[in-house]
Write a protein that binds this ligand. Structure first.
Ligand code: FES
Length: 169
């Protein structure tokens, strides 16, 4: 079974403000920045403005992150579709998380609210087919709060680690 597919960053959402790209962010776009241990995999779709910046700061501070987490840089969580989440699980991930800006602070106005709704939709979908809904979660944080990012990925790793392997046909 292959590992989770890493998505290339998508285009900015319709109506997005023009904001200056962070130096280095484009170079990292779409690349997993954490090695996979092969035991279990969690795909973390991170918005570039807050969550990925918090992850970057955590990495620069040499925070210990679970090796199970693979980061995917997205311009905004509003670009994460239910298909991204379901594809991650179908392609081998044991869990998928969406990490974006704090509520009301999305740089594209409503992207994180759209993501919250989509994550809830996917959770209902998973539950309806007998899959644990907690395999997909939404987290919000500010760019200046790397500990919150670290806590989110550790929480996700703890929850996924407590679940049985995800059966696939
Ligand atoms: Fe961070 Fe939209 S830019 S969630």
């Amino acid at each position: 079974m292959s590992g989770a597919r890493v998505e290339a960053p998508a285009a900015k959402p319709a109506g997005a403000k023009n904001s200056a790209a962070k130096p280095g962010a484009a170079k990292r776009g779409g690349k997993a920045v954490t090695p996979n241990t092969g035991e279990r995999t969690i795909v973390a779709f991170c918005c570039s403005e807050c969550a990925y910046a918090a992850a970057d700061a955590a990495a620069n501070a040499r925070a210990s992150l679970p090796p199970t987490v693979r980061l995917v840089l997205m311009p905004c969580t509003g670009r994460v579709s239910p298909l991204h989440l379901l594809s991650a699980l179908a392609d081998g991930a044991d869990g998928a998380m969406v990490a974006g800006c704090l509520e009301g602070q999305c740089h594209y106005r409503e992207g994180n609210f759209q993501a919250i709704d989509r994550v809830a939709f996917v959770q209902r979908l998973l539950e309806s087919v007998g899959v644990e809904p907690e395999r997909v979660r939404m987290f919000t944080m500010s760019a200046g709060d790397p500990p919150r990012f670290v806590a989110a990925v550790r929480e996700m790793d703890r929850v996924i680690g407590s679940l049985p392997p995800l059966g696939r046909a």
